[in-house]
Design a protein around this ligand. Structure first.
Ligand SMILES: C[S@@+](CC[C@H](N)C(=O)[O-])C[C@H]1O[C@@H](n2cnc3c(N)ncnc32)[C@H](O)[C@@H]1O
Length: 389
């Protein structure tokens, strides 16, 4: 057992912790933008392969203080890289953070790369090649106040699953979309729709959840733990096997639509790349003329921030119309709306019983959760709230 780090979107730490627990990893502690967990090597690899809301899963290898660049180089070259890396595989180094001694992260990355390469050449007589685009092995370092923490990355940038060859403005990364769905309590057991789908990320993530398709099944080349020589071959074999056995056909509909035909085509192409297009319905339609086919379910949308609404329509009245439409035609649904600001939330004119601040890139956005019930309001209320995470 050892300590590992899974990084998350800010404020998504508890959701990630829950996901880890669902994988049987219960010893964990949230911190800002990450969850530190205690697990076996196999469990950590499984976390990298199965977690939807993690951005990275890291295996710490060495942490040390340094007071000069020579110190930094020495410390990095004292790591037994020859035990951890396969010289026939490509690698890349990424350094985040800066410090009084090492102010430039590109320079720090160069130093770390040199330390690894020099050590491997010394111990093995050969060095691995660097590939910045699609490295097999990734080494990640964080610098803070004279200390560096170096880790091996067990899965790479998990929030970029690779199916989004095309995206639209305001689009969400995949891990953020999955976190939003988890906040909404979505587990594929109800009809789902995103009527302002843009490049389709939320709907595609819903289909991956409903189909129990592990994000690792979308990895297109050997990376992360698959490239590490000390991870046992049976772990590398059984994790994908286990993931394949879990795949199922979603039992409920997953529909995405957008007023913009190009966005619908982009969604369809992205869904094809993710292997879930057959599970989804795509439609070019104005949200305001859409009638849901099901009597209830979950509707989640990343509402336009300003550049997507028809010219001449101001955002406040657009958001007000969204609220009115939900009240009129979406009774029986739960809704999760992602919006640009707290001001806009007021324009929706519905009671949001939960609000979460999240970040789409550097932009702070707000997820508001609603339940739309009439008649059986009282009975429905508690039942529905339990379904939101
Ligand atoms: C912020 S983007 C959604 C981004 C998306 N979640 C993604 O990850 O790519 C908002 C989308 O709302 C769409 N939209 C704007 N007004 C609409 C309307 N009346 N009906 C349906 N879609 C609309 C835009 O075309 C745009 O694609």
């Amino acid at each position: 057992m050892a300590d590992y780090i899974a990084t998350s979107t800010l404020n998504g730490e508890a959701i990630l912790q829950k996901e880890l627990a669902e994988l049987g990893i219960t010893e964990s502690k949230p911190a800002r933008g990450k969850v530190i967990f205690r697990a076996s090597e196999e469990e950590a690899c499984r976390a990298a392969y199965f977690c939807r809301t993690a951005r990275k899963v890291l295996m710490p290898v060495r942490s040390f203080r340094f007071s000069s660049k020579e110190d930094f180089y020495e410390g990095a070259s004292s790591v037994e890289w020859e035990e951890m890396m396969d010289i026939s595989r490509t690698f890349a180094v990424r350094v985040k953070g800066e410090d009084a001694v090492l102010r430039n992260s590109a320079y720090s990355a160069l130093l770390l790369k040199d330390a690894i390469v020099d050590r491997l050449r010394d111990k093995k007589g050969r060095r691995p090649d660097v590939d910045k685009e699609k490295p097999n092995t990734m080494v990640q370092a964080f610098l803070e106040k004279g200390r560096v923490s170096i880790s091996l990355d067990l899965g790479g940038s998990l929030h970029k699953r690779g199916y989004r060859a095309e995206s639209s403005p305001g689009s969400l990364n995949e891990a953020l979309a999955a976190s939003i769905l988890k906040f909404c309590g979505y587990c594929g057991e109800e009809p789902f729709l995103d009527p302002m789908c843009g490049s389709g990320t939320i709907g595609i993530e819903a289909a991956l959840i409903a189909g129990d398709i592990a994000p690792g099944l979308l990895w297109r080349y050997e990376k992360g733990f698959f490239s590490l020589p000390f991870i046992p071959a049976d772990v590398k074999r059984t994790i994908p096997k286990m993931a394949k056995e879990r795949v199922r056909r979603p039992a409920f509909s997953i529909a995405v639509s957008d007023i913009d035909g190009r966005a619908v085509r982009t969604s369809m192409n992205n869904a094809k790349r993710a292997g879930v297009a057959a599970f989804m319905k795509f439609r070019e339609e104005d949200f305001f003329s859409l009638r849901p086919e099901d009597g209830g379910g979950l509707m989640v949308s990343n509402l336009p921030y300003g550049d997507h609404v028809e010219s001449g329509t101001d955002l406040e009245s657009f958001y007000r119309s969204v609220g009115d439409k939900l009240k009129r035609d979406f009774m029986g649904f739960r809704a999760g709306l992602l919006m640009g600001s707290a001001e806009l939330q007021k324009s929706v004119g519905l009671y949001a019983f939960r609000k979460v601040s999240l970040y789409n890139g550097s932009k702070e956005v707000r997820l508001c959760l609603y339940e739309l019930y009439e008649g059986s309001r009282k009975a429905g209320k508690g039942e529905s709230r339990q379904r939101f995470s």
